[in-house]
Design a protein around this ligand. Structure first.
Ligand code: VGL
Ligand code: ZN
Length: 199
């Protein structure tokens, strides 16, 4: 059995051009991601999946606007436009994403009071999504991350996976970034420091 797994992070309508939290060129990665899914031994998808009125939405914080910072119980949190609301079109995978082969879909961000960038732990860095246990039980120890966005959900997922002892690669050609206020450069240096292969 292969121990390699491709993890496709948040390739959803709201993170693509025309979506509520569009990542520049977010849709441009879809053909390459599809090719990687076809070639992969195992594929897992993640799906940002917020209830209406989620606490990470600027709309829930009077006087705040999208991309402002606020302080949550668990620390600083960027406030986002309403996005990836459960059951809405924006939360669906990009229509061209070839997800048929995926063995598992991890949903995250469904607790109203905690955001979740990482596919392994929510933003309090304590609440697990269950993915680390799933990967260990299936003996999938070598992980390649692709998707949206490099500097948030892909990056934090890769950092947590490395901290959990997985061998981690991020394929930048199959990712795109929000790149807000230096966030991409900051994430790339954290990834390198954490021993993640960034290629
Ligand atoms: C993401 C911000 C808010 C991401 C998700 O997928 O990178 N970013 N929710
Ligand atoms: Zn989100």
């Amino acid at each position: 059995m292969s121990d390699q797994c491709l993890i496709v992070v948040d390739v959803q309508n709201d993170f693509c051009p025309g979506g509520a939290l569009a990542v520049p060129e977010g849709d441009a990665i879809v053909p390459l991601v599809n090719q990687m899914i076809r070639a992969a031994d195992h594929t897992i998808l993640t799906q940002d999946w917020h209830p209406e009125g989620h606490s990470s939405f600027a709309s829930q914080h009077p006087g705040k606007k999208p991309m402002d910072l606020t302080e949550m119980d668990y620390g600083p949190q960027v406030l986002w436009p309403d996005h990836c609301v459960q059951g809405f079109k924006g939360a669906e995978f990009h229509p061209d994403l070839d997800w048929t082969k995926a063995e598992m879909i991890v949903r995250k961000g469904f607790r109203k009071t905690i955001d979740s960038y990482s596919a392994l732990f929510e933003n309090d860095h304590k609440t697990p999504t269950g993915l680390a246990g799933y990967l260990r039980e299936r003996e999938l120890s070598r992980l390649t991350f692709v998707g949206l966005a490099t500097d948030f959900c892909v990056g934090y997922s890769a950092l947590d996976a490395a901290a959990q002892g997985f061998e981690v690669t991020v394929r930048l050609d199959a990712c795109r970034a929000i790149d807000f206020d230096g966030s991409l450069d900051a994430m790339l240096s954290q990834l390198k420091q954490a021993g993640v292969t960034v290629g």
